[in-house]
Every structure is written in structure tokens, then in C-alpha cells.
Design a protein around this ligand. Sequence first.
Ligand SMILES: NC(=O)C1=CN([C@@H]2O[C@H](COP(=O)(O)OP(=O)(O)OC[C@H]3O[C@@H](n4cnc5c(N)ncnc54)[C@H](O)[C@@H]3O)[C@@H](O)[C@H]2O)C=CC1
Ligand SMILES: O=C(CO)COP(=O)(O)O
Length: 434
Amino acid sequence: MLKKCIKNAFIKLRRHNSSSSSLISRISQQKQSQSSSVGDCIQKVNHQSSHFRGKPSRMATKEEKSKKSVCIVGSGNWGSTIAKIVGHNALKLPHIDDRVLMYVYEEMVNGRKLTEIINETHENVKYLPGHKLPHNVVAVPDVIQAARDADIIIFVVPHQFVRTLAATLLGNIKPNAVGLSLIKGFDSAKGGGIDLISHIITRHLKIPCAVLMGANLANEVAEEKFCETTIGCKDSAIGPLLKDIIQTDYFRVTVVGDTDTVEVCGALKNIVACGAGFVDGLGLGDNTKAAVIRLGLMEMVKFVDVFYSSGKLSTFFESCGVADLVTTCYGGRNRRISEAFVKTGKTIRELEEEMLNGQKLQGPFTAEEVNYMLKSKDMENDFPLFTAIHRICTGQMPATEFINSIKMHPEHMTPKYDDIDPRKHDHHHHNSKL
Ligand SMILES: NC(=O)C1=CN([C@@H]2O[C@H](COP(=O)(O)OP(=O)(O)OC[C@H]3O[C@@H](n4cnc5c(N)ncnc54)[C@H](O)[C@@H]3O)[C@@H](O)[C@H]2O)C=CC1
Ligand SMILES: O=C(CO)COP(=O)(O)O
């Protein structure tokens, strides 16, 4: 069932992509009709932001014109949370423009446009209820209008929408803009591989793209509970700028250069979280769940080793690695839906619709994308946990078979004598330790 849905979604996406030029012209036409209301909002914020700093309203100075402007493409649970952080930071940072435009996929909520609700109440009542956004964050329903003047574009939409948005933005952003992707997931590449989302952004939009991943359940970050995150950025000139706009006293940022590993960790841990949810649904207890988390971690490490061989083991010890894996396997949406999947017998798609109020799951899609690659390389048996999770999500295997399918895991079959310190076999050395 889910497999069929995913297939249909890809077919639709391909059709959508092939008609991207007509989409752009449609959007430009829409833009003209929307521009007055959005323009009003933007002007209002320009006026308000000088007010925030106690400055009288006047023409922008040269210094103000050289400020970097930030746009957020996405406004879901995490998108809105990051808008809150970036909006507050923009007001404090002298080199960042006060105004932060946030692209909102327009929808009607209680008979009103979501963008209008956000711009009037400063709250994303659908995706982040109960948290006020700063007034300098402006919701914009047209992605081109939101991003065209931005120097820094933060991408934070569910990963299945990124290609369409990139096609829409092509040729409509500043050529020297910089991207930052907060998106956890992959895309299937032609010929049986996967694409990293940041690579898709770079290839389509011809801009560099850093990534941000970490143990960051959005609601907890929005409540300003302390946590850490990891930015993967290869350019030492851009890393500090991105850190400036993201870091707060409760949200601490580490910047590393191993960008691909950061992103792969963020995507793969969502698959493992589905496994943790199955364990909870089956009532198997904490030891079993810990085993699934550990085997999941080992498959994540192996995945990087096999497919991204320049990746560093140390990156797994950053927030994007073990920490994100743990938080998602205990508190995330992928875990919660997967538990319900086992307990109710409903499909993942049905549960997503019933339980998430428009929010999107990334784990089952990511498991599908990873399986597409493993299958094409005849490597499904090398990653039994990822493979089993994909088969369970798509109804090819009952969840009750989950643990059986990982009992013969390569981790249990391969001796690790290499790891034993040879000095421990040295009788003299051993005795001297006692
Ligand atoms: N929510 C969280 O706790 C965290 C999420 N992430 C990642 O951030 C990314 C975005 O997740 P969330 O902000 O939580 O989104 P979400 O799960 O709340 O997704 C809903 C968003 O998708 C938009 N949407 C629906 N249909 C669309 C379409 N056709 N085109 C474009 N947008 C459409 C909705 O308007 C809404 O903004 C995901 O990759 C997720 O894994 C990362 C860290 C934490
Ligand atoms: O990525 C997340 C936490 O870092 C959120 O995970 P879920 O999508 O499973 O809620």
C-alpha cells in the first residue's frame, strides 16, 4: 500500500519537475496578484524593524544595504521553530538584516489562509501552536518572492518536496547565495543510487549548501530546553556566519567539516527510529530497543564507510550522530507512528494523516530510498536492520518477524578479535596491571 503511494508520489513529482518552467511562469503570475498583500507585510516589517531598534524610519544606509538577509524555505514544525530562533538572532546581529522571510506552503486553516494567520497572530497555529514567532518573521506564500533577495537560504521542508522547490527557485535567487539544509532524508538517484539533499540543492541552484542536523525535537527546542546541534560546512568563512544566525544560549552549535556524514546521520537515524517504534509496539522492552539502536548505529557507520568513505568516525559522536539517534528513538514522530503501526494494523500513511495533523514522516520514505540503492547493489543482506524496517513499513514482512530478521546480524557473526588489545595477551603486561 505504502509502496504504491510512494510510487505514485514519485510519478507525480517527476511530472511536476518536467513542467517546472510552466510552474515558474504560473508562480510569477500568482506572484503579481499576491504581491500587494505580501509586499504590505514586508513593508510593515521594514518599518517595524527600525522601530525595534529605536531607529527612526528612513532610507536604508549603505551599511544596512550590505547586511546579509536570511530566508527560510519551509514552515512546518521544525521550520517554524528555526524561524523563531533566526528571527530573534537577526534582531540582535548587526550584520544580519532584521527582516526574515519565511516561505509558507499556503493552506486554509479554520477558513483562513495560514500566511495571514501567521502574519497577524505571529503564531503558526497549525505546525507550532503555542509559540510566538518574532514580529520580524514574515510569512510569504510565494517561494520565489521569499528567497530572491536572500543571501542565506535555509531549507527546511519535508525531503519529498525539495526537488520541486529547487526547480521553482532555479534562476530566481542571488547567484552568490548560500544554502543551509535542515532536511533529514535522501532522494533516489537515477541508476540505483541516492542523492544527498544538500547535493541536490547545490546541483540545481548552483549555490554551496551546508547542513544542520542534531538531537533537536522541534517542540523541545521551541520551548527553549537546552540542546546541541551540528552544522556541517566545508567553507571556514561561511561556517561562523551560519553559527551566528543559529546559535542561542539554549541551542549550542558545533561546526564540523564532514558535511556528508552529518547529513547521512540525520537521514538514517529516522529509519532506526521506526525500528525502535516497532519494538515499543511489540512490547519488547528497553534491552531490545537498545540492541536495535546499537545495530542501527553500526549500520549507519557501515553505510558511511561503504558509500562516503571520506567520512569520519568522530562525526558520529557529535549531536548529529548518537545524540540524534537516541532522542528520535525515544521522542520522535517516526517512533510514535511506528509503534501505532504495530498496535493498530493501520498503514503508515493512514496513521500519518490521523496522528500528525499535516506533519510528515521521513523514516519510511528514507528506508525506501536506501533500499532502492541497497537492492540495486545486491547489498540488502549487509544492512539487515534497514532492510527489515523497509519491508515492515511496506507490508512485505510482519513486524513480529523484526527481531528474527536481525538475530543473524553480521555484528553477531563476525568475530572482532582485531579489537582486542594484543598487550592483554601478554602475560607479563596483564599481571602488571593487577
Ligand atoms: N520536527 C522536528 O522535530 C524536526 C524535523 N527535522 C526535519 O526538518 C524537515 C522539515 O520538517 P518539519 O518542519 O518538521 O515539517 P513538518 O513535518 O511539520 O511538515 C509539514 C510541512 O510541509 C509543508 N508541505 C506540505 N505539502 C507541501 C508541498 N507540496 N510542498 C511544500 N511544502 C509542503 C507543510 O505546509 C508544512 O510546512 C524534515 O526533513 C524533518 O526530518 C529536523 C529536526 C527536527
Ligand atoms: O529529527 C528529529 C529530532 O532531531 C525529529 O524526528 P521525528 O521526525 O521522528 O520527530
